[in-house]
Design a binder for this molecule. Structure first.
Ligand code: UDP
Ligand code: MG
Length: 308
């Protein structure tokens, strides 16, 4: 019989985990496959690991977990989970039940079509979320889709059910700086979407704040676009152009009006502008170099401390 692996990254989810497990167990009989759970404890500081140990002891063949040696972030935890998954289908789900388990039934049904390789959940609304966050999120998708060669679809969460072939393709992208939403589209394959309504977390708190989301967005820009680098070239060209104009202006003025010393203010303005631009561009280039550096160091994406 085919098997579905349920991969769940968990960071401080002691309160949600049992709800989550029960909810999946409830819908499980409606899907005619075997199941396995792969929980990834991403360096939680609460009792998540203890809950997982207990779940495994009670269901040794069904529930597996790996516990990472520290918090590596959701993207790394997902990668770790995908590596461990052995199913013919793999689903990625958040532990907080924001990804409604019933959707799995529909996803599985849609995957029976041989043309479809992946079914992803697409939020039909963002209610229950602060409007400022929705606004920023909307802006983020607008910009990233303008500047990235890989389309990144709005309101799609990581929640999806994939066929083995696509999972293997994603695992081949063993890059250190992971932006899953981009990787999912980059590998290609045929993805269909199901709509679902936004849910609040069952328990616990979101691990995102404004700055972590900002960093996430910047990472996406840098990892999936070379536009910031091209921007450096365009800005550089523009500044050179302005400088040539300024020099011409100064020469012509000196010729006709014999006024060589005035113009200190404009000179300083131009110099400051040029300096500012150079610093900005150095910063952008630095970001890319930092990414390259972290890739060439070739460190592992995650480290396992305990595995059952
Ligand atoms: N998560 C993780 N490592 C982290 C942060 C989050 O494994 O460093 C997990 C978390 O336990 C949850 C999922 O990623 O299962 C989504 O996190 P969260 O609910 O905070 O994000 P949101 O739903 O608000 O986007
Ligand atoms: Mg959540």
């Amino acid at each position: 019989m085919a098997k579905i692996s349920v991969v769940v990254p968990c960071y401080n989810e002691e309160e949600s985990l049992l709800f989550f497990f029960e909810a999946i167990e409830k819908i499980r009989p409606q899907i005619p496959t075997d199941f396995e759970y792969i929980f990834v404890n991403d360096g939680s500081r609460d009792k998540t690991l203890e809950v997982l140990r207990k779940l495994h002891d009670e269901n040794p063949d069904l529930v597996h977990y790996i516990s990472l040696s520290r918090n590596f972030g959701k993207e790394s935890a997902i990668y770790a989970g995908l590596i461990e998954a052995t199913g013919d289908y793999v689903t990625l789900m958040d532990a907080d039940l924001q990804d409604p388990p019933e959707t799995l039934i529909e996803m599985y049904r849609m995957l029976q079509n041989p043309e479809v390789d992946c079914v992803a959940a697409r939020r039909s609304d963002r209610s229950g979320e602060p409007w400022l966050r929705s606004a920023f999120s909307h802006l983020f998708y607008k910009i990233i889709n303008k500047i990235s060669e890989t389309p990144i679809i709005e309101n799609v969460r990581d929640f999806r059910l994939m066929k083995r072939q696509m999972v293997d393709a994603i695992l081949e992208l063993a890059e250190y700086n992971r932006f899953s939403k981009g990787l999912f589209t980059w590998v290609g394959f045929n993805t269909e979407y199901v709509a679902y309504e936004n849910h609040e977390r069952v328990a616990g708190e979101t691990h995102w704040n404004f700055f972590s989301l900002l960093k996430y967005s910047l990472d996406a820009f840098i990892n999936f676009s070379e536009l910031p680098l091209n921007l450096a070239i365009y800005m550089g060209l523009f500044v050179v152009f302005v400088d040539i104009m300024a020099v011409l202006f100064v020469i012509i003025r000196a010729f006709f009006w014999h006024d060589p010393v005035s113009g200190w203010a404009s000179t300083i303005t131009i110099i400051l502008f040029a300096f500012g631009t150079i610093l900005l561009m150095l910063g952008i280039i630095g970001k890319y170099i930092a990414k390259i550096f972290s890739e060439v160091k070739n460190r592992p994406i995650y480290i396992v401390k305990e595995k059952k």
